[in-house]
Design a protein around this ligand. Sequence first.
Ligand SMILES: Cc1cc2nc3c(=O)[nH]c(=O)nc-3n(C[C@H](O)[C@H](O)[C@H](O)COP(=O)(O)OP(=O)(O)OC[C@H]3O[C@@H](n4cnc5c(N)ncnc54)[C@H](O)[C@@H]3O)c2cc1C
Length: 405
Amino acid sequence: MALHIKEEANRCYLCKKPLCQEGCPIHTPIPAIIQLFKENKLMEAGEMLFNNNPMSIVCSIVCDHGSQCMGHCIQGRKGQPIQFYEIERYISDAYLDRMDTVTPAEKKQSVAVIGSGPAGITVAIILAKAGYRVTIFEERNMIGGMLRYGIPDYRLPHSVLDRYHDCLLKMGVQIRTHVVLGGDLFIEDLFRDGYASVFVGTGAWRPARLGIHGETLANVHFGISYLVNPGAHNLGKTVAVIGAGNVAMDVARTAFRHGAQRVMLFERRRSCRASDHEREFAELDGTEIFYEKGIQRITPEGPVFKHTLLDENNSIIGYEDEDELFKADSTIIAVSQGPKDKLVKTTEGLKANKRGWLLVDGKQMTTRPGVFAAGDVVHGSRSVVLAVRAAEEAAQAMINYMEQQ
Ligand SMILES: Cc1cc2nc3c(=O)[nH]c(=O)nc-3n(C[C@H](O)[C@H](O)[C@H](O)COP(=O)(O)OP(=O)(O)OC[C@H]3O[C@@H](n4cnc5c(N)ncnc54)[C@H](O)[C@@H]3O)c2cc1C
């Protein structure tokens, strides 16, 4: 492994205008990091990575590298692009446990962070390093958000999140789990108790419904709910998955790992929304993908489809008459997610758009002064790196806001 990444680093041209860096949504300074790595300055390289992206180890594992850093590497035009993510993973892995977690002794105001996904963790780290007293409020029993309860452990070892937990504690961040803001406690309670500002990074945890007959059957489940605890479900041998995005691929692959023998995945159009990489792995695991199948209803025996009629733009223009039943022991709906509305309903002045995503200004402040937001709850269900990028902007805006208080 070490030899391979050394070779990979030596292959890099260290371009003056690095396309890989441009292709990275968070503009990781790739040539500078590779240069430090080649000089055996591992901790300096780690610090540069961490300061640019506190979730760099996670991104080195779950980002869509083929369309980002690696996909933009100039060497990929004629041969093998540099696999920077392997180098990034090695450096960030070493750095995470060895980094300096000392924060300023003199503390500034208190900040509440609601949600401990990548957005919440990023804000907590930046503000703790800047000397603020940070408390994370998390609904579930462990931190990590979709990284722990969505992305399966075989893709992202959840032990990484335990290491973030330790790192946050070492930085003095307080973590209160098993508490729902907008349910058990309210944002107004936080201001009453002296928090100078609040960050909302609550993600997108409401599964989209299909609104068809059979959705309430006992052998029908929602994808993100299934992934939270696959072992608690008894899906049987044959599983039907409705939807063909990245979540659907994770559902299919997880079902195989929990005893399913046949997993069928159904997509309305001619192509999947999932990245090629995720689709290829799902197919490698044995998932059968059926295209041009429009779900009509779900029966106890399995889902019923009609063949879709598509125009040249892949838009649905109608359905064939005939119904087609695909026999399955259980059906999982994985068509998309939206945000829950607890905070909007219980916080005066906090507004969302029609689809439920929180409204923010150009500096990530919501319509409620002092409350900032970023990540999936603002821009919809997207990716870790985009949640981190927006959370970094929010953290800086919170600092500016609190300095003016
Ligand atoms: C199955 C699946 C696979 C994915 N795979 C990838 C991938 O391979 N690569 C990639 O880049 N992205 C992937 N994503 C997307 C990525 O995980 C998300 O974009 C990212 O986690 C969003 O971060 P966040 O911090 O905004 O929200 P989340 O990660 O959703 O975290 C929100 C946190 O807030 C907590 N919370 C919610 N409401 C409350 C409340 N009222 N009070 C207290 N706490 C609350 C939640 O419990 C959760 O811990 C995947 C998503 C899913 C669902």
